[in-house]
Structure formats: C-alpha cells, structure tokens
Design a binder for this molecule. Structure first.
Ligand SMILES: Cc1cc2nc3c(=O)[nH]c(=O)nc-3n(C[C@H](O)[C@H](O)[C@H](O)COP(=O)(O)OP(=O)(O)OC[C@H]3O[C@@H](n4cnc5c(N)ncnc54)[C@H](O)[C@@H]3O)c2cc1C
Length: 314
C-alpha cells in the first residue's frame, strides 16, 4: 500500500526506530531515518531497514528539543510526504512544532494505518479507550505520532547499507536551558517487543509481593508489565511498564494478567496478545471475558503453586 515517495522516520531512541522503518516501508518507497547519535546508531538504522539516514550529529551537551529547528529546516528542504514520529514526550513536542511550521496538524497516537482511495487513513483511541476515531490528513505532508506495537519490526540485517547525509545544526532561537539534572527513577524497557508479558495489578497488596510476579516472569522468560495504578499512584513500577490506552501497547504471544480487573483502558493495550491467561480471585472480573485461560483464585495461593510446578517441570 506504499502511496508515498519519501517517508521520514524519527524516534528519540534509535532502538525505537525499528518499527517505524518497517512502517515506512509499508507506506512509502524511500525510508529516510533521522538519527541523532554516534555512527553505531546510523548503522543500526540501516539494519532496521532505512534506505538513507540524515545524520543530525551527536547529542553531546545539547538537548534533543534543540534539534527541532534542524529537523524543520531539513523537512522544508527535502519535502517528505509522510513523517512518522515515535510517541514519546520529547518526540511529540518536536512533532507539534514541526506540524505548526508546516501549517498542518499532527495525527497523534495512531494505532492503525490504512490506505483508502489513495489517501492515508488512521485510527486512534479516544475517550479513554471507549471510542475509536478515524482521521485522515488533507495536507501535502502528513505528520503522525505512532506508539510501540503498531508496526512489526523487520528482521535486523547488519549487511544493509545506504546513503548518509550529514545535516548541519540549525541554532535554535530559544534553546532549552538545563537548570538541574535529577536521576530518573525509570528504566528502559521495550514491552511492545516482548514475546511474553506478566502483568501485575492492584490485586497485589504490597510492593514487596511483586517478587512473586518477577519470579514467574524470570522462569518463563517474560517482561513484567502492569496496570496504570501500579505505576501511577502506587509508583511500585516505572511508568514505562504500564500497559493500556495511555501506556504501552503489547502484542506478546502470551499475556499473564495477575490481579488485574481487565478494564477497557488496560485491555486495549493487551488484547492483541495471542493468548491471555488471567489470575483473579473474583470470578466476575471483566478480565475473564477476554482471557483464553482463567484461574479463579487468590494470587497468593495460585502464584507460589504455579512457580513450584514450573520449577519441577524444568
Ligand atoms: C482516561 C483513562 C485512561 C486510563 N488508562 C489506563 C491505562 O493505560 N492502563 C491501565 O491499566 N489503566 C488505565 N486506566 C485505569 C483503568 O480504568 C483501571 O482503573 C485500571 O486499569 C485498574 O487497574 P487494576 O486492574 O490493577 O486494579 P483494579 O481495577 O482495582 O483491580 C484489581 C483486581 O485484582 C483482583 N484481586 C484483588 N486481590 C486479589 C488477590 N489476592 N488475588 C487475585 N486477584 C485479586 C480484584 O478482584 C480486581 O479484579 C485509565 C483510566 C482512565 C479514566
């Protein structure tokens, strides 16, 4: 369905470019990745499927946001028809300013792209996941932000090479001034790429009890994800680990939801899992309507027994 000639892709972390490069290949003929980082990151972009790389330089002591003018300048010069930007706080900021300069708007948090009558149509969730909105852009250049799991990354191929264009830095009129740096209580995790995810919810009574879920995850080679209250509210896990309409979209082979009620806002992020296993003490919990396998029981009884059983069978 490639209706565009040139597609620009940008993510503020290079590893997040893999899915965008794959998406760019589906929608266009030439995928050009914008890379901010050392030479290894340029090579990575090619291995993900980029046909060419615009190398914005190395970050050094500048802020990512200060490259917005450079990106705007590049886009105005090269005139791509589609710009795919990975949804993250900083990249969304760039997307907004870029679209404003291009006199268009941003199609935000797109979860599906389709081509209809030679136009690019998109879908995204609205009203906290209760509704689906279909949109399309009528402007000459389409700017869209895309979350994880929308496109499937291509198999990495380190032999792929392409054209590298070094881009001159455009000094911003109002650079971001760093006042203070504090250690962020978070970690880098790519839940959307995980083949198996163990999700924890408010059924856990204490943070220390999450060890049970982590033990299970270690045994079955899974990443640990969670519902929003666990990351925002309890703050037991970093925000990067929560799944749902406002968090990560996961597409694992197996999703094990433990002590999660299964509200729509959570499940839209998890219901693309091939198999859903739910553990909940309330047999009327909505999660059981979506689960392929359900265990009605107290997680404090079920999990130790399950862990023991898996250990014995290994
Ligand atoms: C605009 C908006 C956006 C939102 N976005 C998200 C989002 O992206 N992601 C998200 O997750 N949520 C999101 N939410 C919140 C969402 O609506 C739910 O409130 C949340 O998902 C509930 O989390 P939970 O299932 O962990 O907790 P609860 O709903 O409190 O469920 C806890 C479950 O644990 C079970 N339980 C309790 N004790 C045990 C035990 N000992 N053993 C076994 N089971 C037990 C209970 O039966 C219950 O079903 C959003 C809400 C709004 C309004």
């Amino acid at each position: 369905m490639g209706i565009f000639q040139t597609v620009f892709v940008y993510a503020d972390k290079t590893e997040m470019l893999a899915e965008l490069c794959a998406g760019g290949k589906q929608l266009g003929s030439q995928v050009c990745a914008l890379v901010l980082g050392p030479k290894e990151e340029v090579d990575k972009a090619f291995s993900y499927g980029a046909d060419s790389v615009y190398h914005l330089g190395e970050l050094k002591d500048r802020r990512i946001e200060d490259y917005t003018e450079t990106i705007i300048h590049l886009v105005q010069k090269e005139k791509p028809e589609l710009i795919l930007i990975r949804s993250s706080k900083r990249a969304k900021l760039i997307a907004g300013r870029l679209a404003a300069e291009l006199k268009t708007s941003v199609l935000t948090d797109v979860m599906e792209f389709t081509v209809d009558n030679n136009e690019l149509h998109t879908k995204r969730l609205v009203y906290g996941g209760a509704g689906l909105k279909r949109e399309y852009s009528t402007s000459e250049v389409v700017v869209a932000t895309v979350g994880g799991g929308v496109f499937e990354a291509l198999i990495e191929d380190n032999s792929r090479k392409g054209n590298i264009v070094e881009v001159d830095f455009v000094q911003p009129a109002h650079p971001v001034r760093c006042i203070e740096i504090r250690k962020k209580e978070s970690e880098s995790v790519n839940l959307s790429a995980a083949k198996c995810v163990v999700g924890v919810g408010r059924g856990f009574a204490k943070q220390e009890d999450l060890t049970l879920a982590k033990d299970l995850a270690n045994l079955i080679g899974a990443e640990v994800g969670c519902s929003r209250p666990i990351a925002e509210g309890e703050n037991w896990l970093p925000k990067e680990r929560y799944i749902g309409v406002s968090g990560a979209m996961v597409k694992p082979d197996v999703y094990v939801a433990i002590g999660i009620s299964g509200q729509i806002q959570h499940m839209v992020g998890a219901n693309s899992a091939k198999t859903i296993v739910a553990i909940n003490k309330d047999k009327a919990a909505p999660i059981f309507k979506q689960a392929d396998y359900g265990i009605v029981g107290d997680l404090y009884t079920v999990l130790p027994a399950l862990i023991e059983k898996i250990k014995v069978s290994k």
